[in-house]
Design a protein around this ligand. Structure first.
Ligand code: ADP
Ligand code: ADP
Length: 228
């Protein structure tokens, strides 16, 4: 479902961020990606949704080899992958409803379908009552819940999250994790880069540790493994 074969990434400035990664992630898995700052975690997950292109090696997502993917087909790939960021990246001039509806509008779903899908997704993140407000009127945790809603409204097979609790207090972080667990229980693969030691050590999942652009540890119910 997500497969990398001998993947390398060197940035134009010469930095070798990923140095030979082989990995296989099955549909329905929940995977934490951990490691020190600068280890290559973001680069690793950005290549999964083709925000970065590897220098060499193969990446196969949902049966599609990304290195053979024509540029025209990239939007189609992205539709099957939801992405959640540390800093939410909501559109400030759009309401909560419109932020979540946006991707469905781009692919020209019917207004009736869009309304149903958006309201159901807002219900899942417990923010149906905030549909009309703007992101700036929400707390950080609420904004992250909206950004999760946006990432799953089109039922992607995979959700990729880059430090989704990085800007949130501990209590809010746990609430966010509950939502990811729920999404995963429904069959969606979750790949999450995180520095949150407590969460990784409490909600046990597969742990992939990256250092120097290589996988140094891959355990099915692993620990965070670093001091902080
Ligand atoms: P992590 O997410 O583990 O902190 P990154 O993947 O962000 O690691 O970074 C890995 C290495 O690649 C670091 O040395 C970082 O400075 C470098 N790097 C990341 N993005 C870029 C970029 N766009 N251009 C050049 N170097 C980059
Ligand atoms: P329900 O009937 O399922 O409770 P509503 O139709 O009452 O859902 O909508 C709930 C909230 O979402 C309301 O604040 C509503 O104005 C808002 N909403 C619904 N559809 C849209 C839309 N197309 N654009 C913006 N806001 C909408």
């Amino acid at each position: 479902m997500i497969e990398m074969q001998d993947v390398y990434k060197q940035y134009p400035n010469g930095v070798r961020a990923v140095n030979g990664i082989d990995v296989h992630i099955k549909q329905g898995e929940f995977v934490y990606v951990v490691g020190p700052s600068g280890a290559g975690k973001s680069t690793f997950i950005k290549m999964m949704y083709r925000e970065e292109v590897p220098t060499s090696g193969n990446i196969i997502i949902n049966g599609v080899n990304l290195s053979k993917l024509r540029p025209k087909k990239v939007p189609l790939l992205r539709r099957n992958i939801g992405v959640v960021f540390q800093d939410f990246k909501l559109l400030p001039k759009l309401t909560v409803y419109e932020n979540v509806a946006f991707t469905l509008e781009v692919i020209e779903e019917s207004p009736k379908y869009i309304k149903k899908a958006v309201m159901e997704t807002l219900e899942l993140v417990n923010l149906k009552h905030k549909a009309r407000v703007f992101p700036t009127e929400l707390s950080g945790g609420e904004q992250q819940r909206i950004s999760i809603a946006r990432s799953i409204v089109n039922s992607p097979k995979v959700v990729i999250a880059d430090e989704p609790t990085g800007n949130l207090d501990p209590e809010t972080s746990w609430e966010i994790m509950k939502i990811f667990e729920e999404i995963n229980t429904r069959g969606t693969t979750v790949v999450m880069a995180t520095h949150n030691r407590e969460i990784v050590n409490t909600i046990k999942n597969r742990v992939i540790a990256i250092e120097g652009g290589r996988i140094v540890r891959d355990e099915l119910r692993g620990d965070y493994g670093y001091e902080n």
